[in-house]
Every structure is written in structure tokens, then in C-alpha cells.
Design a protein around this ligand. Sequence first.
Ligand code: ADP
Length: 395
Amino acid sequence: MCFPKCPLIFGFYYNLESVKEIKLFNLGAYFINRYRELFDTLFKKFLSVRISHTKITLLFTLLHGIGLTVLYIYVVLIAFQGKITVGEVAMYFSIVGSLQATFWNLTLKIGNLTGSTIEFHTLSSFFELAPTVKTGESAQAFSHINRTIEFRNVSFRYPGRENTVFSDISFSVNAGETLAIVGENGAGKTTLIKLLCRFYDPTAGQIFIDDVPLHQYHLESLRQKIAPVFQDFSHFFLTAGENIGIGNVEQVNNESAVIQAAKQGQADTVVSQLSDGYETLLGRHFDGGSDLSGGEWQRIAISRAFMRDAQILILDEPTAALDAESEYALFQRFKTLTQGVTTLLISHRFSTVRMADRILVIDEGKILEEGTHEQLMNKGGRYATLYRMQSEKYR
Ligand code: ADP
């Protein structure tokens, strides 16, 4: 079936971000053709189902018609033979008429029921999808990290994929430490974060917090203590206040908490320029909404993370749209504001990475190097080469 392609086709209608590229790459006709092709394919499938349905309905209608005709003829014949009176003929005709209506209704209902059963089957198989990540039995609530987060002999392969992202990797992060993860695109940096957030479980090995396997913590309590800022953070078409407040949904209406988070993430200056302040609807999806620039949305997303009373801060290239200087300043700020919070940082900027307490260099599913900035520079390996290459570029 080609349903999975539908979002690709329909997506561009609703996605304002695509407009620039659709216009400049002149993609209008291309997408319209793709839409037509998809429509034709779906229409053919729809038609074939309808034709077989119509054939069955025709058969039933024919049988129904023959049955009725036989009945009418029979009533007329016995009337001619004088076995029934004219009044009885009228009565039989009326009985046959209502029988016909009942039978016809029944046929329609059975048709509808068959259609609904097919749809309901799809819906119920969707509802029956069980989460693959579960909280273990006798799980405990997660509240804080005392000692370490530890990846012990972890291997991972995405469901349905043949290649493993990691094989047998082990490392740990101390409580309150900032660990930067460095590696080429596709090396598996974000996947490490996804495993820590338990979007997936490792295919082998385990992740521990204070020697307790991750699945022995209640999933919700664990996630509640993680504050993430991703590069591809969400733009919610809600008010500015809600966009920040949903970082801790229970506090979404807590005005002072929202204002404080906005200050910490520097979204307060963005909000102060909006016509209705925190009440301003963001995005152009709805009438009256105000759109923000990439950097402004980023500040909103960063402030959202500050709504949390987090134990683990995840910064997965959250500042990719900022220049190196602003990124550096922002991380300094993060460091001061998140004292004592265990931080995992992914960035391609070595000026930022060097601020971390420790750095992990990953390559082809393995840990290539691990240490402080100074240790790795003295080692003169991959990190040192990449660091020097980047510093020369910015000299
Ligand atoms: P990085 O963050 O270092 O750029 P990722 O962790 O995003 O790398 O990706 C590591 C590898 O896993 C890549 O080969 C990528 O194609 C693959 N990958 C990432 N997400 C998925 C997914 N949801 N399903 C299948 N493969 C994925």
C-alpha cells in the first residue's frame, strides 16, 4: 500500500517551512503530479473494492427482485383462482411491501456493518499496539542521581535495521558532570540520548543510574527528571506562555514559573516584543498568530527545558542555528544555571565542547577516545585533529 507516502505528499500543503524551497526549486508541478499518481493508485484500489461490493449488491438485488416477483405473481394467481378476496390481495401486497422494505434495510445495514468492521479492525489493531518499552516489575520512582549514569556493554540496533549503531560500548557520567559527545553525523550521538530517555531499550547490555537498571525506574518518573533541548525541537502552535509552560505540563498555568523559565532561557526579550506578551499565539497556523525567527523559537524551546526540575539535562545541538559566539555564551549560562545537573551535550562546535568536564569521541559504533579537553589534546588523536582543524577555520 502507498499510505505511508501520504504524509510526504500532503505534508507540503501544511508545512509553511517548505514554501521557500517549493517556490525556488519550482516543485509545485512535481508535487501535484505525485499527488495525482497517488490519487490514481488509491482511486483504482477504491474502485476495485467498490466494483466487487457492487457485484454482491447486484446479486442480492436480483435475488430480492426475483423473490418479490414470484410472491406478487403467486398472490395475483391465487386471487384469479378466487382463493382470496380483493381485500386480502391488498393486505398481502402491503405485507410484501413492508417485507421488501425490511429486507432492503437489512441488506444496507449488513453492508454498513461489514464496512465498519473493516475500519474498526484497523482501529482496534492500532489500539492494541503494545509499547515496547515497559517499566519493570517492582520498579522504583526516580528522583535524583547520587553517583553515576553508566552504559555497560551496550549494543543497539534499530528495529527493522540490519546494522548495529553500537556494539558493546561502556562509559559513565558522574552526577553533576557535563559530558560532551562528539562524532561524525550518523555516529550515534542522538541514539545514545534516545536510549537514556528510554525511547528504545538496548539490544544487549544495560544502562544504570546509581547501579539500578534503567527499566527498574518508573518510566514517567525518569522522563520527568530529564530536560531536553533538541536541534529539531517542536514549534507548538500555542500561546508563548504555553509553549514555555508545557515543559512541565502540571505548571503550565503557573505564571511566575513560566516567567522565570523565560528569563533563564532568554525568551523574555522575545516575549516582550509580542503584541499580547505571553498570551500571544505563536506560529502562522491560526489567524492572529505571530511567527518567530529560528533563533527566537530556539529561546522558547530552551526556556521550556528550564520549566523542569531536572536531574539530567540533554542538549542535542540545541543551538545549531546560533553563531559560535552566541552558542558559547549560552552554554556558559547553562553551566551557571544548571549547577549540579548531570548534562549530556552534543555539539559540532569545539569551542563549546571544550567547556565540558569530559568528552567522549564516538566513531563507527565504538568509543574512540575519552577524557578531558586537555587530556585529549595531549593525546594528539582524532579529537585533537578535529579541534585544530576547526580552530584554524575560525582564526
Ligand atoms: P548522530 O546523532 O550521531 O548524527 P544518530 O544517532 O541520529 O546519529 O543515528 C545513528 C544511526 O542510526 C544512523 O545510521 C541513522 O541513520 C540511524 N537511525 C537514527 N534514527 C533511526 C531510526 N529511528 N530508525 C532507524 N535508524 C535510525
